[in-house]
Design a protein around this ligand. Structure first.
Ligand code: COA
Length: 328
């Protein structure tokens, strides 16, 4: 069986910058609190009228361009998101339409923040059985539409963004390899982080909206504890069986939710802080987009080079977690 590799990466970061001072003016918070507790200095948010596919389509085009492929070369599109353009159809179908990727089957994977890693794991299965050869995997999210701007516990944390990779079969010795993907769910912990309104349990109604149920609800402290544990477990599982050790890792891309979580994971895994890719200070937590956007920026800035070994791990609502190990 041929090796699966990452042929191209791309991302789209919204232009609108929302600094911490915005929240100082709207809720009881401070620049000092936000920076010291989260590491976030600013985040990006979409403009009115911008939908998920408006970010994911340009991100995908950039990944395709790096891969040297056209949208018609794709046979599968998987979108990790929980904030598609519409309740139906899927974001995958909207992005397929906008790209003109007529030969691809497209669908979404709703796994919250690890959605991109879940997408990679699903893509890997489709490619390993030989049925699909050129696959676009996207992680994209517009969390600002699910953010309660009156809730200081959550509103300062999130941002919007989209990242994508094109997977293909390695043709040359120097091509990289997707070495392992590990994904986990623990539905018993669903209440720690959820959006109660807008689904079948609390359908859309004036009453539901008046109760602000369409916004993210989170027990931040408890999420923090599970985040550190589950990211370490997922990252270690991704390493196991590859025959490689953590000392061989060139770069670690943790989910960018909070600098304290990222540093705690790196410290407990004994990964030097210089190997940790960080974007949380400028983009906040963009959910499923944090890892593919950080990957694309690190590739384009020359940090991650061909041949480098990269470990990434994420956690999120569900409770879900995932780890991925690849040679770029
Ligand atoms: N500004 C000022 N104070 C705030 C605040 C804000 N934006 N948000 C919360 N606080 C307050 C709390 O109300 C609390 O006040 P109290 O003691 O009077 O009740 C106090 O700060 C401490 O809250 P606590 O939750 O203990 O703070 P923390 O150090 O755990 O930091 C988080 C809070 C949310 C930053 C942190 O728990 C976290 O990052 N959790 C994980 C969240 C996450 O990653 N979510 C996404 C998962 S994909």
């Amino acid at each position: 069986m041929k090796k699966i590799c990452i042929k191209g990466t791309g991302c789209y970061i919204p232009e609108r910058i929302v600094p911490n001072s915005y929240f100082e003016a709207t809720v009881d918070t401070s620049e000092e609190w936000i920076v010291s507790r989260t590491g976030i200095k600013e985040r990006r948010m979409v403009l009115p009228g911008q939908a998920l596919s408006d970010m994911a389509t340009p991100a995908s085009k950039r990944a395709l361009e790096m891969a040297g492929l056209s949208p018609l070369d794709l046979d599968l599109i998987i979108v990790g998101t929980s904030t598609a353009d519409m309740a139906s159809p899927s974001a995958g179908c909207m992005i397929q339409h906008k790209l003109g990727a007529k030969n691809a089957v497209a669908f979404d994977v709703n796994a919250a923040c690890p959605g991109f890693i879940f997408g990679l794991a699903v893509a890997r299965k489709f490619m390993q059985d030989g049925s699909h050869r050129q696959v676009l995997v996207i992680g994209a999210e517009i969390i600002s539409h699910r953010t309660d701007f009156q809730d200081r516990n959550t509103c300062v944390l999130f941002g919007d963004g989209a990242g994508a990779v094109v997977l293909g079969l390695a043709a040359r010795e120097k091509d990289g390899e997707l070495l392992s993907t590990e994904i986990y769910s623990d539905g018993d912990l669903w209440k720690l982080l959820h959006v109660p309104g807008g689904g079948s349990m609390n359908p859309i109604s004036h009453e539901m909206i008046d109760q602000r149920l369409h916004y993210v609800k989170m027990k931040g402290n408890e999420v923090f504890k599970h985040a550190v544990r589950s990211m370490i477990e997922a990252a270690q599982k991704a390493l196991e069986g590859s025959g490689l050790t953590k000392d061989q890792i060139d770069w670690f891309i943790p989910h960018q939710a909070n600098i304290r979580i990222m540093e705690a994971v790196a410290k407990q895994m004994d990964i030097p802080v210089e190997k940790v890719i960080k974007t949380v200070h400028k983009y906040g937590n963009t959910s499923a987009a944090t890892i593919p956007t950080a990957l694309d920026e690190a590739v384009r800035s020359g940090q991650i080079k061909r041949g480098h070994l990269v470990l990434a791990a994420s956690f999120g609502a569900g409770f879900t977690s995932g780890g991925v190990l690849f040679r770029f």
